[in-house]
Design a protein around this ligand. Sequence first.
Ligand code: BGC
Length: 736
Amino acid sequence: MREILTAEQTKKIEDLLSQMTLEEKIGQMNQVSPSIVGGFTVPFEELIEMMTDGRISKEEFSKIMESAEQDYHEDEIRAGKVGSLMVQDPAAVNRLQHIAVEESRLGIPLIFGLDVIHGFRSVYPIAIAEAGSFDVDLFERTAAMAARESRASGVAWHFAPMLDVARDARWGRVSEGPGEDPYLGSVFARAKIRGLQGDRSSPDNYVAACLKHYICYGAVEAGRDYNTVSMAMHLFYNCYLKPFAAAVDEGAVTVMAAFNDLNGVPCTVNKFLLRNILKESLGFPGFVVSDANAIRECVVHGIAEDQADAGIKAAFAGMDMDMGTEIYAKHLKDAVESGKLPLEVVDEAARRILSVKMWLGLFDHPYVSEDLMKKYEVLPQEHIDLAREAAEKSIVVLKNEKNLLPLRKDAKISLVGTLADIPEEVVGAWSISWRKEDCVSIRQGMEAEFENVRYFPCGGPEGDVSYNEAVEAGEYGDVIVAVLGETIAMSGEASSKAEIALPGRQRELLECLLDTGKPVVLVLMNGRPVAIRWENEFMNAIVEAWHLGIRMGDAVAAVLSGKVNPEGKLSSSFPAASGQCPVYYNHMNTGRPGSKSKFTSRYLDCPPESLYPFGYGLSYTTYEYKDLMVAEASPEELEISVTVSNTGQRDGRETVQFYTQDVCASLVRPVKELKRFEKVPLKAGETKKVQVTLPKKELGFYDNDGVYRLEDGLFRFYAGGSSADCLQEELRLSFS
Ligand code: BGC
């Protein structure tokens, strides 16, 4: 196991442990959120359900809520029965920390955690978008900035990065992670860990990362959230585990288990996953937290008789901290005293949690200083600039017929779509600490960038469309920019969809806009790949703008005007139809790959391929690839090179992608696998040779027993600007 503490710090933790009662150790394993209490007899969650299912009206609910207050569990903190809280207000953090440090018997500080998924005060693009920038340095810088901002609020623990490989766009949580590819996911994971945890020069500069959701949550059956997962083990090792293994190797200090079961055992109580793979094989030194209420849900899963049983099973499996149920707090003491749970299990969990607190500097710096609290009162320019840079780099141009884009600054533009005019819609799922005054809507961005913009709401993902306004938009503009897609609430947790075409009446609105005869640029705001086969056929240009964070409006306007040459590529394939899901570029081969012939792996009503593949994205310039070469540079390494030219009129940055295929092996292998990428700046007319080194051992794979195999034989090598558009070479390799 990797050490995260010095010998002296380890000794301090052991001294502390030797003074702790069983209850105090279990207290460290207990994470709570402020509970809402008041003049009502049922739990707050139940009250919300009562309003949702109509047992009480909204008015009754509001009336009851007038008496509501937050209970911060102060007495339990004082008694040493709480190890962690989810709070983000620095005043509350200091107040509660004061109770823990000054008023509890041993003065152990609390660790405050929060879902800081893509920025804190400065919100950056959702992860599926940011991953498409293929900009490793950017991944790291946005994480580092989020760490500093949140630490100034006392939040020292981010429930991020979310590293679930996600290939099914019906699953709402595709928005939260870096997409469908395990290699891009691993690079993203490492960069995020460096950004969040890397600068330990001061406790104000870093936080503990939390890898989630361990594991295979992205593979929930039918894309339905929280659903079951059955998976062959070779896929588990070669794909889903990879980003987690990379992040552990980079030094991540906490992990959150996923809600789902894997092959029949919920991750929450899965000893094989938590102990054997994570803590033993990967040598993970930190602690594991459950997902919210997940220990209690093991009873519903049907894997535990009751809450006490669920708590014992989770603790046995290696679950160190209970998020939200207080089952550990209520039941583990009895379990240990009655001999059902060995004391060592509790000792180990408490040791891991205390070690992370020590690693974070919480014992010496438990509070947020007044100065630090004020530091980001007004968002510094540097933060705004980074949010804008990230947003610009994450935009993907999907179609640009007859070079309709970029638009002239003096073009008459009819801006359409309710989403364009709602600043709050730019931030995307899981944005918690942003302020409206920092957000720039697309309308604001466009009006600042272009001379003649007129806005026609017309309609959006919800509600009616106004045909009159659409006609007026056609009358005014030389070009129509239609901002359509999904509201924030349509992606993220508990937001799976069976149909992922543009929701509501947006298609009708587009038909109406086309009828005006004016060219239409479709700008998409959404949290998942959407099925837009019809739009691809009829729109003149399509720009995928995701939910890009606080500077979304500036970034979209800069790409539409050409001030910025777009460089984003897709981190996830876009299906041609919802029924294709899951669809991804690195699928296994079949014996009958889809073709025009009847008895092949295809659909009667839709091509088998995605509409836009992984790695795809247009620029305002063009690139040409030549001379792919693969050579054995040494017994251990291959050198792969390709020549890339910017053949257009504008400077740009191209993401050069290198893929491989193991043509024949003892297990069926993916048709292509990303192995490296390079982001290459190229001036108009410039040519560069791009070369990467690939250790030969990276051409191996895990079998179903978790054994890594490197098998001699024929390999294909690919290089290109998209997974579907590559040059190809072959080489026979022998590894012995
Ligand atoms: C989500 C996690 C999140 C946790 C705490 C859960 O519902 O699945 O991703 O970190 O809540 O907010």
